[in-house]
Design a protein. Sequence first.
Length: 330
Amino acid sequence: MAAASKSFSGLLVHFIFVVLFVFSPVNAQLKVGFYSKTCPQAEAIVKEVIDGVLSVAPSLAGPLLRMHFHDCFVRGCDGSVLLNSSSHQAEKDAFPNLTLRGYQVIDRVKSALEKACPGVVSCADIVAIVARDVTVASKGLRWEVETGRRDGLVSNSTETFTNLIAPDSNITTIITRFQAKGLSVKDAVVLSGSHTIGTSHCSSFNSRLYNFTGKGINNDSDPTLDSAYTEALKIKCKPGDQNSLVEMDPGSFRTFDTHYYTLVSKRRGLFQSDAALLDNSVTKAYVELQAATKGSTFLKDFGMSMVKMGRVGVLTGTAGEIRKVCSKIN
């Protein structure tokens, strides 16, 4: 009887341990409305700041959306892309991130939230909510953002090169890096549609216009790029041009629409990574469907894929921290 009692006690302790582990704060999950009690006006505050910023600087919509991608693909969606480094070795100092813009907007949002709800809303969640709000402000569809992320404590520039997707990536690299984050081939082609807003520096695609094969022939252009588009781009981007800006979706680069897929289907995607979407049966079929139906499902699909991406590598519960200032750890 004593042995049976001892065995029962042991099982009870084990059960309690399992319950505590499963439901401990560290294992808490993201959810819509995470701040409903601790900072119920959080999303309204973010929207007010973003609408104000975009009313005077609409060109920041693209970079702010891109920031969420660059955050989530390195160490997960933990706000690490926002951190500064005295030795210039943080993610934002790496070459792939040097053209990111809008950090001051995130800081403005954070200041407004700290005034209303000190120490409550994470910088990682701010980046995710801002990505949604700039999409909506650019005439995209709204989706519900899951919140509850906490901020990471590490930001390493070297990690960007093996995680971010370069503009000259082929379809194998694109799919591999998406799948490494738990995202599907469909997510890859859907999220590429974010190129419907924003601009790019000539340096990101100049190799497609000049000396494409590396043989020193100045007019050696990427044969997968529409020839008329190639010539139009050469007018805007001269050899070696690093700084001039070109619209990623000419004619509607400030409107979150489906025109991007029409361009890609006509071999007018700006980057090699855009053209690569025609090199896989799944991604090509999606491009052609959206082009033929004027994006019948894209806007809804985008929100769903953004929610999935927003779950990548998140810190929740008691992991990480809630930064007081987004550019530095507490």
